[in-house]
Design a binder for this molecule. Structure first.
Ligand code: TPP
Length: 347
């Protein structure tokens, strides 16, 4: 087995296992209070880009960020602690999953749809301004691409020759609304042709193919300092926001879900490696799994042991609530009926 194959398979397993463990522990323990967007099914992108990221490159991610955080060499212990709301978390326990960020590794994510995508222009501009060899990766979903700010971002990136790798993970859904119900196109890249931006579509479940494509694209961005757009056709196996499933809303068919599960990049890549390398692969897999299990378990133990931040102690919910109520009365707002003002106007 080649080194890159071992690394790729390890990355895929790592990202999936971490998330499966979070899901397993989320409800019974009820210690992680933040909502989370899992990327189970979508591990191919972060797993394949990991080897090509250097320190001082930046990732600006959408809300489905766990995979890219780990791919960017983010600390698993600090990520899990963040989800536990502990001071040892990446953001001191105050951001949770949706705003997971880490200044040490230049990783930022956020829940304001397409916000991080737009910030890539400023980040990439600073890389040029400081004459560095670094570049910016920004990740977005097909839904995020419908925000107006994406038009401005792509235009400026091309005009200013900014070293940005735009990754659009097209999983076919924006929360529970399918792309079919939102647009006449199936591939986002079709819509961005007019920006004079190099673009690629990756429509395969073979992680090795994506690895080699990203090797080429990232090297090109470092040399040319020009942006490239890459659309990855993918699918999320979980609900939009988890850990609960949301298939009971029947917004996607069982047939469609099963089709994508049969294409699961991890299962298929495993079969490919097993067929080719047989016992050598089994030995490697066993060692990798036991190492990962230990690393993941240690991260949870670290989070459990860590302390809550002092800010929690200072924040008195009861006092804050009564202060808000007093303000409403002082301003002559009918607090009891305040909710009524949010009802739609009768036309
Ligand atoms: C400005 C803004 N509008 C709406 C939302 C609510 N929202 C959160 S995720 C989401 C769907 C995003 O879909 P997509 O970009 O395809 O990413 P996916 O969740 O499928 O990975 C929406 C509409 C938001 N967070 N921010």
């Amino acid at each position: 087995m080649k080194v890159y194959q071992k690394n790729l398979y390890k990355n895929l397993l790592y990202i999936r296992k971490v998330q499966e463990e979070i899901i397993k522990r989320y409800h019974p323990a009820d210690k992680m209070k933040c909502p989370m967007h899992f990327c189970i099914g979508q591990e191919i992108g972060p797993s394949a880009i990991e080897p090509f990221l250097k320190s001082y490159d930046t990732i600006l991610s959408h809300h489905r960020s766990h995979g890219y955080f780990l791919a960017n060499k983010g600390s698993l212990k600090e990520m899990i602690s963040e989800f536990y709301g502990k001071s040892s978390g990446t953001n001191g326990g105050l951001a949770g999953s949706q705003e997971l960020s880490c200044t040490k590794t230049n990783f930022y994510s956020g829940t304001i749809l397409s916000g991080a995508f737009a910030m890539a222009t400023g980040d990439a501009f600073s890389k040029i301004y400081k004459k560095t060899n670094n570049f910016t990766v920004t990740v977005i979903g097909d839904g995020g691409m419908e925000e107006g700010i994406c038009a401005e971002t792509l235009n400026i990136a091309v005009l200013y020759n900014l070293p940005i790798l735009f990754i659009c993970e097209n999983n076919g859904y924006s929360t529970h609304t399918g792309l079919k119900q939102r647009a006449e196109y199936k591939k986002v890249s079709k819509r961005i042709k007019g920006y004079n931006l190099e673009s690629h579509i990756f429509n395969s479940n073979d992680p090795e193919k994506l690895y080699f494509l990203l090797k080429k694209l990232t090297a090109k961005i470092r040399i040319t300092k020009k942006p490239i757009f890459l659309e990855i056709m993918t699918y999320r196996f979980n609900g939009h926001v988890g850990p609960e499933g949301d298939d009971h809303y029947n917004y996607r068919s069982k047939k469609e879900i099963n089709l994508w599960k049969r294409k699961d990049p991890i299962v298929n890549y495993r079969n490919k490696l097993l067929k080719k390398f047989k016992n050598k692969f089994i030995n490697f897999e066993n060692k990798t799994i036991s190492k990962l299990n230990k690393e993941i378990d240690d991260a949870f133990k670290f989070a459990e042991r860590s302390k809550f931040p002092n800010e929690y102690k200072k924040f008195n919910y009861q006092n804050t609530y009564s202060k808000i109520v007093k303000t409403f009365f002082k301003n002559d707002i009918d607090f009891e009926n305040e909710q009524d003002s949010h009802k739609p106007m009768p036309y």
